[in-house]
Design a protein around this ligand. Structure first.
Ligand code: FE2
Length: 386
């Protein structure tokens, strides 16, 4: 698994507040960041909700304006519009109430607001020239872990590609995990975002950049997801399950924020870019197939995943235990009502080759445990998952 040459850097700079009602403490966090005028970023569904009202009220005189023009897969045009608005109200701090798309939009706005230009000028890995606008995140889903990660995915709708923004400056300053903020998530979104977190855990485990700290976080994430995601899907008002899923998504975010993701995300980004499949659902379908693909090089890690899922692997070889982990995931995604094949979610067979080629140039693939350079390899996985 690891040898005496192991060396790594581990980073986890985000302050986390957890607990029922913790969203009401947002003003203290804004004050600590020396924010004077807050831009509240949220989406159209939440804009008039009790949750957003609560945060607005808590911000009191520091609330300067709201940007809610968010779409499910955020785009460069949306970020630029948000940044123009933020500038027009003189915002110097951002508070986001929302899911992955709102958080990624806000990360983009924070970049443009501090560094100027348009968001398209800043894409890439470690391209930012300095700190960005302070950012407090209050997630309303439990999956992306975006409150602790250094990345944002923003779609260039003209080119049908997802652009990756990856830089330590993007990591939000504060994440407020208030379980009451996630109760309105419908079952399918709960399941999809929860499986995004599960794929973060598995991808952190099988990454070339994994280390013993990220392994520990990832395995704890898997345990929490297996124990609590079905309950959160069955009863959205189960605050214990909701809170444990927020913690799962958070530890998964810290794990993959340090270890990176791999072929599952490379394919999910590409399938999302070409066919609009929601990120969590794409990951959920692709994850076990990608595990089967990686299995010969990381069976020992998948054995740990199987154990964390509660599978009895005693007496089995690492390889057999790893197959059991993939099988356990298929039955788990079935239990929570997730689709199992790409054909069920609008992907067309004739588009698979293009998706396979897109995935090869996706930044996530370079960290996959098994190096992949040939689109025939990604096509093999896609055909099995189709
Ligand atoms: Fe993800």
């Amino acid at each position: 698994m690891y040898d005496g040459d192991l060396n790594f850097i581990f980073r986890n700079p985000t302050k986390i507040l957890f607990g029922k009602g913790s969203a009401g403490e947002v003003l203290e966090e804004v004050n600590a960041l020396k924010g004077k005028k807050v831009l509240l970023v949220t989406d159209k569904f939440l804009e008039k909700s009790e949750m957003v009202e609560k945060v607005k009220k808590a911000l009191s005189g520091k609330f300067a304006g709201m940007f809610s023009d968010i779409e499910p897969d955020t785009g460069t045009h949306i970020v630029d519009r948000g940044a123009d608005y933020a500038r027009s109200i003189g915002a110097d701090c951002i508070v986001t109430v929302g899911g992955g798309s709102s958080i990624d939009t806000a990360k983009g706005i924070a970049v443009v607001l501090a560094l100027g230009g348009r968001i398209g000028d800043h894409s890439g890995v470690n391209f930012l020239t300095g700190p960005i606008t302070p950012h407090v995140v209050i997630p309303t889903t439990a999956g992306t872990g975006s409150e602790v990660t250094y990345a944002a995915v923003i779609k260039d709708h003209e080119k049908h590609r997802k652009l990756i923004y990856a830089d330590n400056y993007i990591i939000p300053n504060v994440g407020i995990l208030d379980p009451t903020m996630t109760v309105s998530m419908p079952p399918r979104v709960t399941a999809g975002t929860g499986m995004d977190a599960m794929s973060h855990c598995i991808e952190a485990l099988h990454s070339q950049q994994a280390n013993p700290i990220t392994d520990g976080l990832a395995l704890q994430g898997i345990r929490l997801i297996v124990g609590h995601l079905p309950k959160a899907v069955d009863n959205g008002k189960d605050l214990l399950a909701r809170g444990q899923m927020q913690i799962a998504a958070n530890v998964a975010g810290v794990a993959f924020g340090n270890a990176q993701v791999g072929v599952v995300h490379a394919l999910a980004h590409s399938v999302g870019g070409r066919f609009g499949v929601p990120h969590g659902i794409a990951n959920s379908i692709l994850l076990p197939y990608c595990m089967e693909y990686n299995l010969d090089v990381v069976a020992d890690k998948y054995r740990l995943a199987a154990q964390a899922m509660g599978v009895d692997v005693k007496g089995l070889s690492d390889e057999d235990a790893a197959h059991k982990a993939a099988e356990a995931l298929w039955s788990f995604t079935g239990r929570i009502g997730m689709p199992q094949k790409l054909r069920e979610v609008g992907v067309r067979e004739e588009g698979l080759r293009q998706v396979a080629e897109d995935a090869i140039s996706d930044g996530s693939i370079v960290y996959n445990s098994k190096p992949i350079f040939d689109p025939e390899e990604t096509l093999k996985i896609l055909k099995r998952a189709f």
